[in-house]
Design a binder for this molecule. Structure first.
Ligand code: NAD
Length: 337
């Protein structure tokens, strides 16, 4: 039995997480869910966005399955997502984006895995005003050799273990010669130790253009925190949108699985949210836990449901009247339960 901390999150979080838990429970995986709270809803309920009990649970289970958390723009508490990634040193954020049968997009044969540095860079949290009038502000981007090495090693090892051919480092070392320069130097060092994996370097702005003109040239992409955040939404757009893209936050002794998307306030409470991204995050978690048969069962079922296109949410089929719950039910039914 695997103990997993379950955080349903904010906005569309509870509705999609309920479906994902239902699907995982039906897969035969042996999971014991320990429910905990975080985000805006936790703040409203407990007066803190990250209660001690939530951290006590993750301290124990070392595995979390999390819905999206709302972080108010500009003001309010610091992102709890960033705080959790830093506290548990979840340094590699793995975000795969690939075409799905049944989802028509502008591109075919896209299969990109973004490996985003998840604890440093411009999201280090070192940000403040420099004047009492608050008319000058600064953010510090912290990049360390250790932090760069562990995520870049992870990306190359991931490529080798998953039969991938190429790693592209996306950087801005032409302008940010120290922080981005350090990341690029480490990438070149690591690449020299993985001669079986092709290595490419791209300046991040040019990489954006290449991704929308010829996405098939990308395989595994490794990059710093903010660039990875942005590029992974871009890759989501190439293959059918945020409703499909899962993410794994991996550290040496803890891991957290979630969708790439946020709490989607524009569709909250409308039974429109696609549960596929969190279900696929569940597949990543099951594989991480060694529950390979259950992972395969869930993946095969969700691929069937999406391919058939009948019980999918309107982001995938605008004619569909199917909601979040009905799509979850269809995935369970496709597992033969
Ligand atoms: N990991 C996280 O917890 C996480 C990630 C990103 C954003 N956020 C937070 O989420 C909040 C909202 O952010 P946002 O609106 O910029 O981004 P968002 O990802 O919530 O939504 C962007 C767009 O994608 C759509 N969308 C997202 N998930 C969908 C799904 N499952 N099915 C169908 N459509 C979906 C939304 O309706 C919206 O139009 C913010 O507070 C932000 O900080 C949290």
């Amino acid at each position: 039995m695997h103990a997993v901390t379950l955080i349903k999150g904010d906005g569309i979080g509870p509705s999609i997480m309920d479906e994902a838990v239902k699907v995982i429970n039906a897969s035969g995986a042996k999971i014991y869910w320990e429910e905990a709270f975080a985000g805006l809803s936790a703040f409203e309920q407990f007066g803190t966005p990250l209660p001690d009990a939530t951290m006590a649970s993750i301290d124990k289970t070392r595995i979390a399955f999390k819905g999206p958390l709302t972080t108010v723009v500009g003001t309010g508490f610091r992102s709890i997502n960033v705080a959790l990634r830093q506290k548990y040193e979840l340094y590699a954020n793995v975000r795969p984006a690939n075409n799905w049968d049944g989802v028509k997009t502008r591109y075919d044969n896209v299969d990109i895995v973004i490996v985003r540095e998840n604890t440093e860079g411009l999201y280090s949290g070192l940000e403040h005003y420099l004047t009492p009038k608050k008319d000058i502000a600064e953010s510090l981007a912290v990049v360390t050799r250790t932090g760069s090495l562990r995520v870049i090693e992870y990306a190359f090892k991931y490529a080798r273990d998953n039969n991938r051919k190429k790693v592209t480092v996306c950087h801005k070392a032409n302008i940010l010669k120290f922080t981005q320069g350090l990341f690029l130097d480490v990438a070149r060092e690591v690449a020299a130790r993985y001669l079986d994996i092709q290595f490419d370097e791209k300046i991040v702005d040019a990489a954006c253009m290449h991704m929308v003109m010829n996405p098939q040239q990308f395989d595994v992409v490794v990059t710093t925190n903010m660039f990875g955040d942005i590029l992974s939404d871009l890759t989501a757009g190439l293959v059918g949108g945020l409703g499909l893209i899962p993410g794994a936050n991996i550290g040496d002794d803890a891991a957290l699985f979630e969708a790439v998307h946020g709490s989607a306030p524009d569709i909250t409470g409308k039974n429109l949210a696609n549960p596929a991204a969190v279900v696929m995050a569940g597949v990543m978690m099951l594989n991480h836990l060694g529950e390979f048969d259950a992972a395969k069962r869930v993946q095969t079922a969700i691929e069937k449901v999406v391919r058939e296109g009948k019980f999918v949410t309107p982001d995938l089929n605008p004619q569909s009247t199917c909601g979040t719950k009905e799509m979850g039910d269809a995935i369970v039914a496709a597992m033969g339960n």
